[in-house]
Design a protein. Structure first.
Ligand SMILES: *Cc1c(COP(=O)(O)O)cnc(C)c1O
Length: 438
């Protein structure tokens, strides 16, 4: 008798998760239904293509490599090299960059690698204040960047919510930082990167542009690119760029690129998440196609339609609109807080996040604002008509909450039905099994 060897238990290579693990599978079914039946307004989210999901679920996940294409520590890296080279070349082509690193596991990792490549512990950094729309990885006291570096923050003007370039310049002259960061998570307007470069050059600082939230608009030519101005640019691939969760680092200087590569690996990361790199190649390939330009144009149109609809219903939109996929609304005129408002919108079928507004008197767990983004809804197929309707639905709920709390149940029920109808008209992942509506 031939030796049967020692195979894994029957079905190991063939049984689908649906049959092997009910606890995990049922939670996943619920999540599919949640995404299908609710409107996603969280600005950090999007809906990836089937092709991206295929790459993420591929056995390439088994392969371990360290280092860079052609310079790996482990063997068997032929296809890993091919995939990473594809992702790098596409990132360079898409953004017009001389160098790209596609390995960062997240946007925060990308930023941390830039800190490691350009600074020594204790060095001075100037970045946008978290309270003004900055990001944790730009020197928040809770983040490693805030604990190990000497961070100074510029902000936005309380009266109009716009970035205070004069303050940034004055702070740069006073503190003479080695690194200046431009970009944030809740700043809705186009940033004047040329002005930031002047400020940086004036004090001999490097400029890091973080385009996490609008990289897709840059790729689709709907937003000025920071690349001609910044020494180094970071992005996430999963927000407006519509791909896998992860980060990217771009630059045009060979020396800096070398330092960045060694700061990503072995500086802050180990082996490469190759299925994510494959999926980055997929999303960058998608973004290089002409259709993506259309997508980016529609994201911006839709974001503006949503902001207009909200303002038309008397809701205060910070800066009076947006140049990006996201907007910030100020709930103080309604006497509401972000935590309560986000909770009620969730009950009505709209997922959004609470967010601080400029000069917010509330703590971060409460806040006086909400942040909405148009990237995911646009992927679903919503146009300006749908986004205008969504704005009206949001306003109905918020105005009921503020002025007619007695009507709130009826209004959220009605809104939920309207949202259910809208979602059914724009289905996602039709071939993916889903649970019953949450
Ligand atoms: C989202 C975001 C990041 C990255 O966040 P991760 O959750 O680490 O991927 C970095 N910078 C800005 C400005 C962001 O908005």
């Amino acid at each position: 008798m031939p030796d049967a060897g020692n195979p894994p238990h029957a079905g190991y290579f063939s049984d689908p998760l649906a049959e092997t693990d009910d606890a995990v599978w049922s939670a996943l079914l619920g999540e599919t239904a949640r995404q299908r039946d609710r409107i996603e307004l969280i600005a950090s989210e999007n809906i990836v293509s089937r092709a991206t999901l295929d790459a993420l679920g591929h056995p390439i996940v088994n392969k371990t490599v360290e280092g860079y294409p052609g310079r790996r520590y482990y063997g068997g890296a032929e296809f890993a090299d091919r995939l990473e080279t594809l992702a790098i070349d596409r990132a360079k082509r898409l953004f017009g960059a001389g160098f790209a690193n596609v390995q960062p596991h997240s946007g925060s990792q990308a930023n941390l690698a830039v800190f490691l490549a350009t600074l020594r512990p204790g060095d001075r950094v100037l970045a946008m204040d978290l309270a003004a729309g900055g990001h944790l990885s730009h020197g928040s006291p809770a983040n490693l960047t805030g604990k190990w570096f000497d961070i100074h923050h510029y902000g936005v003007r309380e009266e109009d919510g716009l970035l205070d370039y004069d303050q940034a310049e004055a702070l740069a002259k006073e503190h003479r930082p080695k690194l200046i960061i431009a970009g944030g998570s809740a700043y809705p307007r186009a940033i004047d990167f040329a002005r930031f470069r002047e400020i940086a050059d004036d004090v001999g600082a490097l400029l890091l542009a973080d385009m996490a939230h609008f990289a897709g608009l840059v790729a689709g030519d709907q937003h000025p690119s920071p690349l001609p101005h910044a020494h180094v640019t970071t992005a996430t691939t999963y927000k407006n760029l519509r791909g896998v969760r992860g980060g990217l680092i771009l630059c045009n200087d060979a020396d800096l690129a070398k330092r960045i590569d060694s700061s990503v690996f072995p500086g802050v990361q180990g082996s490469v998440i190759l299925n994510a790199v494959a999926a980055k190649a997929v999303c960058l390939g998608e973004a290089l196609r002409p259709e993506f330009r259309d997508y980016a144009r529609r994201v911006l149109e839709n974001a503006r339609a949503l902001a207009q609809a909200l303002m038309g219903q008397g809701i205060a939109v910070v800066t009076g609109g947006t140049d990006t996929p996201l907007m910030l609304i100020d709930l103080r005129p309604l006497g509401l807080t972000g935590d309560i408002a986000a909770g009620i919108l969730e009950q009505a079928g709209l997922t959004a996040n609470k967010n601080g507004v400029p000069g917010d008197p509330q703590p971060p767990q409460v806040t006086s604002g909400l942040r909405f983004g148009a990237s995911a809804g646009t992927t679903r197929g919503f146009g300006t008509g749908e986004f205008t309707a969504i704005g009206d639905l949001i306003a109905d709920v918020l105005l009921a909450l503020a002025d007619h709390p007695g009507d709130l149940d009826a209004v959220t029920g009605r809104t939920r039905n309207a949202i259910g109808r809208l979602c059914r008209r724009f289905p996602i992942y039709p071939d993916t099994p889903a649970g019953s509506p949450p």
